[in-house]
Design a protein around this ligand. Sequence first.
Ligand code: G1P
Length: 204
Amino acid sequence: MKEIRHVASVKVHYTRQQYMRGPGDAILCAKEFMDGEPFGVILGDDVVYTGDGEPALKQLMDQYEKTGGAVIGCQRVREEQVSSYGIIDGVKTEDPDLVKVLDMIEKPSIEEAPSRIAALGRYVITPEIFKILEQTKPGKGGEIQLTDALRVMAKNENVYAYNFKGKRYDTGNKLGYLKAMVEFALRREDIGPGFREYLKTLEL
Ligand code: G1P
């Protein structure tokens, strides 16, 4: 009941990106809702399982509270995967899971990639990003990239990349979507055991 009351008090705003102009443009569409506050971004095709741990975005919010800078949720990816993500060039901080961002490149080739630290669809961003986004030209794929705006931001203020805890699924491709469905189902106490038994009976 407490949870329902809490959700009922949340204000929901909705907007729609008119044209497929990229994630940076999509965030600009929500500018009027932000009221000059820092805000969280969740890219819907990145799903993260954290079990009993804090949700990925909450982990980033905690880092924002500590640092006061924008925080990009990241994990290390395999070399052959760097060309699918925004890749971070950063320097270590005292916390081994936190890197200060110097630069960032959207979907680099293996040769161009400054690291294997990839942005995985979770961000806490400060409102200064809007001015930058308004001046950001189309980048990779002809789209306004959030990565390009964040790299400009990182030149002028503190931006961090945080290695969040959790297993992340890329549900933007069919195989990733199926892996997420099956693994989330197997973890459930109610349907997990029955589903596991069912999978064992398959003879395909
Ligand atoms: C977007 C971002 C990219 C990020 C990725 C995470 O790309 O542009 O920087 O690393 O999400 O999934 P998309 O997957 O939408 O092409």
